[in-house]
Design a protein around this ligand. Sequence first.
Ligand code: PMP
Length: 399
Amino acid sequence: STRFSHVPEAPRDPILGVTEKFIADKNPLKINLGVGAYRDDDGRPFVLPSVREAERRVTGSHFMEYLPIGGLKDFNIESVKLAFGDHAEVIKHGQVAVVQSLSGTGSCRLMAEFQARFMPNSKIYIPVPTWSNHHNIWKDARVEQASYRYYLPQTRGLDMDGFLEDIKNAPRGSVFMLHACAHNPTGVDPSLDQWKVISKAMLEGGHFPFFDMAYQGFASGDCDADAAAIRIFLADGHRLGCSQSYAKNMGLYGQRVGAFSIVCDNPKEAVAVESQMKAIARPMYSNPPLHGALLVSKILQDKGLKSMWFTEVKGMADRIMLVRALLRQKLEGLGSQWQWNHVTDQIGMFAYTGMTPEMVDRLASEYSIYMTRNGRISMAGVNTKNVDALAVAMHAVTS
Ligand code: PMP
């Protein structure tokens, strides 16, 4: 045998595997609705004008030294303000530990490692279903996983009763991974009233909420509205963790820029917790990348650029809501026997259609339309030019 003959090939990533199949298809009219990356109405990747402007302002003027282990200080300050609110008490009182991270994935990985080290014997509760990488992340940190009920296939909505029961039955001190907004893959979010009930139930159970916020601004078009769940939990006095990503809301996907924060009881705790976050980061990647953090802090620190960005993020959210409405309307117009209200009820980048893996396979083989086999459509890939073809194909495979 040879040196690595014992190494089996790892399973393909279910999401990135869709892109590989899409690329291999020679049909010029093929459509990729797999990966969650925003596209404009012509199907092209979109660089936000506010980001281009920030780039223009930083180009040629900044150093290229290492950032500190915890990243760019201004970036961290602006990030927690964006998540918790400009006037958040917990920020004012120095209760927040925060480091710059390698986007949302990196934040989750730091949280998982922190949990393994400092929340011994606690399990991570993950919703069913969830973004598939969550499972890999906590597995690599060797944290035991449990699941909680979230989505009810019959209603294509929230399983509130199941969710509450699972919170109640979880051992005290469990960590609950919550999608702050625009739940991936279902697009189903609790209402504000439901979040209030969930928050109270978590307090009663003595659990620790960890918010994965990969889509702030992308769900409703309003960054404050999309952080409402976190703010409800803060108002209830929770100590919590938060992952932020600028991949979607600033279109900085490949820059790998995000923030990982934990709200503590007091400044002394926050200093200790932050020092441990850095102790985790140092042997993992030493320090985070510079360029994206500079762009984000330029935008968030400049009133003009920030309001420009708010308008742009709303523009992206609005376009998604428009194609949701169009897709539903076309399907209904074709006389579909399925109910399609969930296409417009759900929010964020994805529509969780309820199509079976077999239907998804037919869309690929007969119509060159690609998506994950759980029937999740990345609405960002839908536009006014391809929505008719999509509706016709979906109608064909669902009737
Ligand atoms: N969490 C969720 C729920 C996501 O959907 C994503 C992106 N698909 C991420 C985290 C991480 O994305 P990134 O690492 O690119 O910020």
